[in-house]
Design a protein around this ligand. Sequence first.
Ligand code: NDP
Length: 307
Amino acid sequence: MCFVYNADPERGQEWQRLFAQHAPELPFRLWPEVRDPAEVRYLGTWEPVDALERFANLEIVFSLGAGIDQFDLAAIPSHVPLVRMQEPGIVATMQEYVAMAVLALHRDLIDYLGQQRMGIWKPRRVRPAAYRSVGILGLGQLGAAVAERLSGLGFPCRGWSRTPRQLAGVTCYAGESALGDFLAGSEILVCLLPLTERTRGILDATLFERLPRGACLVNVGRGAHLIDADLLQALDRGQLSAAVLDVCDPEPPPADHPLWHHPRILLTPHVASMTQPESAVAMVLDNIARHRAGREMVGVVDRRRGY
Ligand code: NDP
């Protein structure tokens, strides 16, 4: 029996050390060093792995990220649960990134970067966070934590989810029918949705029209949530005033793509949050113990919902 790790080899060394420390009885292999396919009991992977049927004793696939849209769910044997990362490290780093992005937009940092490059000294009016409402698409593990952090900074927060949620200090909206009301009061819109059939392309011209004029966008979900051409048009027309994008489709964008050079876009290379080995290994080992004891695991993907 062994756990196989298939992702960044450098972080894999850390995982190996942590497994040796916390679960010395469970052999750990760094992909592709699998000696016998029959020994693979647990697979932790960022990328999909082909032909999983060859691992006859596979019991759990762990996605090493919070999202699972990179996997073809039909290619994972139906008796094998897919478990995504729900661990404090991913949450903490996402809270930091979104706070940074929202504060940068709120305090006109994109304008000041442009002004600095042109040698322009021009102050803009400053208003406290209480005057700027933030809307968060997705109120799951990450969206809820981000709302809590932004509320703490003084931003009035609203959130949108598929099923009704109740979060202290957050005005919650659920379902397609509530999307318009939610958007109408979102001056900075943060996308923290999973990529599914229903959410692909959701950040399009129609949605941008429903935001207050001059709203800003932070996309930390997936690149395929966004229709790039619609964003560029909305920015050029002034319907949107700026965007911070951590994800795009494809990653990276082609060298001549306007996302690289648009003066009102800040682009980062999919670094908003990252799985942290210490807390992720603890989560994986806890889930393995739960599975062995016949208890429910944390973060099991609902194949019908697609997230
Ligand atoms: P969760 O599954 O915990 O939360 C997803 C949220 O989205 C839930 O509130 C869910 O509603 C809502 N949702 C899903 N589908 C719909 C829909 N059709 N309409 C309305 N709401 C919907 O996911 P996480 O918070 O853990 O992660 C969210 C995403 O963040 C990931 O899937 C990934 O794409 C992205 N991500 C990006 C990272 C980066 O570095 N840029 C890092 C980590 C994640 P409900 O509550 O009703 O289920």
